[in-house]
Design a protein around this ligand. Structure first.
Ligand SMILES: *Cc1c(COP(=O)(O)O)cnc(C)c1O
Length: 357
């Protein structure tokens, strides 16, 4: 490396491995928790008419009030709660980190979980602590987590509910205990709520330190990049100051306003994905030498005898899933597959069965 580069760049950034997205062209893509379904032709045509009217020469409306109003209705956000929007929930995680940075505060989470918590904590100079989940079922180690709150007094806690990449939802009573114990912000990341049985959104008025984060990515709008954070105005007013002025572009604003009118289309698709999840779970459970973990999300975590060779063999079959081996000690020989269309799932299961023979 050029010495000026190594001298000037922050050492924490030099040590960081960039978030890697593998090329997927020509593959059955089951690696990134996308909804596999597109809109039907009639809906596409209507959407294009909406886009025709967008003033692309103008800056977007900075507060995006239209979307916020619709999100409130569609997502049953309590009236008392405020909302801020992010260019994907990744940007909201960054905003939260920036808002508490500069004072050597701690961000506390569990491991393995969503990698951006640690990555953005590192980038923004926070102290990061990750408490390991239980090895047998990836449940939360509540005693150890409460002890970590006591020890580190975290300004920010992230819990993905359900968790990625494990797929399970932690016990509600454990999360309530954490909400009561923590003085800092507790963000419940509900990226997968469309596939889960429970949510904390209606608990917002109960806990002043609770913020609920959601995204439209996993329900079928990953290309748009829209996430929101809901909670008390006291927190959100400060956090919003870290937002870049026009973070939600005009095409996203117009498309979200359109898409939320047809939210039942997404609900119907997520219902189909949940049915497929049950089928894939059952099939995988019948495979020899495969351990499958229950999921409340649109993906399934499973363990094989040699994850790297299975992952590569699937790639030879033009099927792309996620290899988690090497990413965390608890994920030894683990792979994660996103639930696709029935045809895609069938192709995956058939190839896997052949590979395992
Ligand atoms: C995918 C994911 C996100 C990021 O979603 P975007 O809105 O696409 O940035 C956040 N949290 C969890 C747990 C995720 O799995």
């Amino acid at each position: 490396m050029n010495t000026t580069v190594s001298q000037l760049i922050n050492p924490k950034i030099l040590d960081l491995k960039a978030y890697h997205v593998p090329p997927a062209q020509g593959f059955i893509k089951l690696d990134a928790m996308e909804n596999p379904y597109q809109w039907n032709n009639a809906l596409q045509q209507q959407w294009l008419k909406v886009l025709e009217r967008v003033a692309i020469n103008r800056y977007p409306e900075p507060s995006a009030t239209g979307i916020k109003k619709m999100l409130r209705q569609t997502m049953q956000i309590p009236d008392l709660a405020d909302i801020i929007l992010g260019n994907g929930s990744d940007e909201l995680i960054q905003m939260l980190c920036l808002a508490i940075s500069g004072k050597n505060h701690t961000l506390l989470s569990v491991e393995p979980s969503f990698v951006m918590y640690k990555m953005l904590a590192t980038i923004t100079g926070l102290n990061y602590v990750g408490i390991p989940l239980q090895a047998n079922d990836f449940s939360l180690n509540l005693a150890q987590f409460l002890q970590a709150i006591e020890e580190h007094q975290p300004a920010l806690i992230f819990l993905a509910y359900p968790n990625n990449p494990t797929g399970n939802a932690f016990q509600r009573s454990d999360i309530e205990e954490i909400l009561k114990t923590s003085k800092g912000i507790v963000v419940i990341d509900e990226a997968y709520c469309a596939f889960a049985e429970d949510s904390f959104i209606s608990d917002l008025p109960k806990y002043p330190n609770l913020l609920v984060m959601r995204t439209l990515s996993k329900v079928g709008l990953a290309g748009l990049r829209l996430g929101f954070l809901a909670g008390s105005a006291d927190w959100l007013h400060e956090i919003e100051k870290t937002k870049l002025p026009y973070n939600i572009n005009v095409l996203t604003q117009a498309t979200v306003e359109f898409a939320l009118q047809y939210y039942d289309v997404f609900l119907e698709q997520t219902a189909r994905i949940k049915e497929e999840r049950a089928k894939v779970f059952e099939m995988l459970s019948g495979f020899k030498n495969v351990k499958v973990y229950p999921s409340e999300a649109n993906f399934i975590l499973f363990r094989v005898e040699n994850a790297i060779s299975v992952f590569n063999a699937l790639k030879d079959h033009k099927i792309l899933i996620k290899n988690l081996h090497g990413s965390h000690p608890l994920l030894e020989n683990c792979l994660r597959v996103t639930i696709g269309t029935p045809e895609e799932n069938h192709a995956f299961l058939t190839a896997l069965l052949e590979i395992l023979k």
